[in-house]
Write a protein that binds this ligand. Sequence first.
Ligand code: GDP
Length: 194
Amino acid sequence: MKIRAVEFIKSAVKPAHYPEYDFPEIAFAGRSNVGKSSLINTLINRKDMVKTSSRPGCTQLINFFLVNEALSLVDLPGYGYAKVSKKIRAQWQPMVETYVETRKNLLGLILLMDIRRDPGKEELDMVRWLETNQMPCLLILTKADKLSKTKQLKQLDAAASAFNRDRNGIVLFSAKTRQGRQTIWDEIHNLIDW
Ligand code: GDP
């Protein structure tokens, strides 16, 4: 997709604050530090449109971006940061669940996992919950450049088996080499049926 314009629209914590537009929307989720900002910036060809919080996990906001005045990309807050207080942790789940359950124009969620970690309970639970809610979910293994090609494929197989998916249903991505960028755009296009 040719990126002509990207705008940061707003941050929100609850439905009343979400933008009122109904452009097709795709949301990104993942553990803090998984490489979510880097992935979104790579997709939209921007260096630091999406900023990493200097204190990861402390800013629990849903950030809305509009691409080419036609496609909404949503950066969900990261989860699982060890130093976050219990209170902030307890806010994360209802905030994300409410977003997924109420956002009418949301067409799919992209869940990021570090290729060097095996999928955790959070990821398995989230994918199961999304399936129950009939919300399409694309799985990405980030920072692929950190592993050799052989090890990348080994982790891909492990993830495919953990999520009971076909290998083709999981994308290997690197913000460093841009490996996987086009595949993610193709998958986004499939989701929004353009
Ligand atoms: P976020 O907290 O999920 O938004 O993660 P960031 O995008 O800020 O990335 C966290 C750290 O991982 C930063 O130091 C990035 O430079 C690094 N990082 C992100 N993506 C990649 C990648 O594809 N390859 C490598 N080698 N490092 C990455």
